[in-house]
Design a binder for this molecule. Structure first.
Ligand SMILES: [Zn+2]
Length: 255
């Protein structure tokens, strides 16, 4: 019988039949793993402490037909302070939805695991700006999942724009304020393009995020143009995921 000992973050916990629970766990070693907790809906379940999202734990799993089932677990971090704040809780739920969407079974993505844990850690234990955590996570998650933007220079004239410019969130390309006025066939803009304004300050923040180490993804300051930056990060990810998240709608409804 296949047995697995992994560390992982619970992204989702749902009911399975009358008595059981199904956990969606993101692991460094195996990618996304679906794990059944037999009797997990009971208040007496010994796995109660790992039966909810945002729990980082070690899991002992055995395979039984389609799913693994849990036979052992030990909580490493429950990121408890997130649960005490509706803003943090709703953002963490959105972040876990993104991670769930981007991770695949039997396809390890340790960088995405690291990024997600770093984001939850910042929400739980650091004084990070919650809006910056959201935007930086969105953009960095897109980049490490292979959606690399081309924002070092204008895609039309090749110059590095000194002032405000435009980014096509669908193709991840940059267009300077001079070239945006050219006829469409010269700019590369298509009906599928999502052209958004971007300032120099926000562009530099995106460039930082594109290449920074994962554990430094919140180590930048943005003293202005936060709205422009946030808009680009959210649209850039959503263009690539092509999915609406209820958790995002809920998070935004809080403001
Ligand atoms: Zn240009």
């Amino acid at each position: 019988m296949e047995e697995l000992n992994v560390k992982g973050l619970v992204l989702k916990a749902s009911d399975l039949g009358e008595h059981d629970k199904l956990l969606t766990v993101m692991t460094e070693e195996k990618g996304k793993v679906l794990a059944t907790i037999k009797g997990g809906k009971s208040l007496k379940s010994r796995f109660m402490s790992v039966s909810e999202p945002f729990i980082y734990a070690s899991f002992g799993l055995r395979r039984s037909s389609k799913f693994f089932y849990l036979f052992d677990s030990d909580v490493i971090d429950d990121f408890y302070p997130i649960r005490e704040d509706i803003f943090k809780m709703s953002l963490a739920s959105y972040i876990c939805d993104i991670a769930n969407e981007l991770s695949l079974e039997d396809s390890p993505d340790p960088d995405l695991v690291k990024l997600t844990l770093n984001a939850l850690y910042a929400l739980a234990y650091k004084d990070s700006d919650i809006g910056i955590v959201k935007s930086a996570y969105e953009f960095k998650a897109a980049v490490i999942s292979g959606y690399m933007p081309e924002i070092s220079c204008c895609s039309v004239c090749g110059r590095d724009p000194e002032d405000d410019s435009f980014i096509d969130a669908a193709s991840g390309t940059l267009i300077c304020s001079d070239c945006i006025t050219l006829p469409r066939e010269k700019t590369g803009i298509t009906p599928a393009s999502v052209v958004l304004p971007i300032t120099r300050t926000a562009l530099l923040a995106l460039r930082y995020l594109e290449t920074c180490p994962i554990n430094r993804f919140l180590s930048f300051r943005l003293n202005s143009d936060v709205g422009v930056f946030s808009n680009v990060c959210e649209k850039y990810l959503s263009c690539h995921l092509e999915k609406d998240f209820y958790t995002l709608t809920f998070y935004k409804s809080l403001f």
